[in-house]
Design a protein around this ligand. Structure first.
Ligand code: CO
Length: 149
């Protein structure tokens, strides 16, 4: 296990459009494992690769402390409903704001071995999926707040 350094707001990597993952090898698995450890150590519910300085399209999500999602090249293929809730981000410590997100999202992705996977998630898990997938395009929750002055 290894903890990675979490980049903070202002680092240009957080604003980068990330690259598709094309090689599913052992170092990808190590990166995912490190990202999980880093997320849990920071008390987060999700972490995207650009937050640890890797501009690639992958993220990890775990909102209940048990169900772990590893999303590689994730794409939101369908959404339904809306919800509003307060969000924060490990890269923007101390900031919280209300963001509107879909209530349910359908996502297609690959697992760490390159196998296609699809997910339908709702509520907090849907928020976390959307938040982390946004990171892969350089979008941060503060860009989307509905209570922005
Ligand atoms: Co974030």
């Amino acid at each position: 296990m290894a903890l990675r350094n979490i980049l903070k707001y202002g680092d240009p990597t957080l604003r980068q459009k990330c690259y598709e993952v094309t090689i599913f090898n052992e170092s990808l698995g190590i990166l995912l494992d490190d990202m999980k450890d880093t997320m849990f150590a920071a008390d987060g519910v999700g972490l995207a690769a650009p937050q640890v300085g890797i501009p690639k399209r992958l993220c990890v999500v775990c909102v209940d402390g048990e169900t772990m999602y590893e999303l590689i090249n994730p794409v939101i293929v369908k959404t339904s409903g809306t919800q509003r809730g307060q969000e924060g981000c490990l890269s923007i410590p101390g900031e919280h704001a209300i963001v509107e997100r879909p209530k349910t999202v359908w996502v297609e992705a690959k697992d760490r071995y390159g196998k296609p996977c699809s997910y339908k998630v709702s509520d907090l898990t849907a928020v976390a999926f959307c938040h982390e997938i946004d990171h892969l395009d350089g979008t941060l929750f503060i860009d989307k707040t509905v209570d922005k002055k």
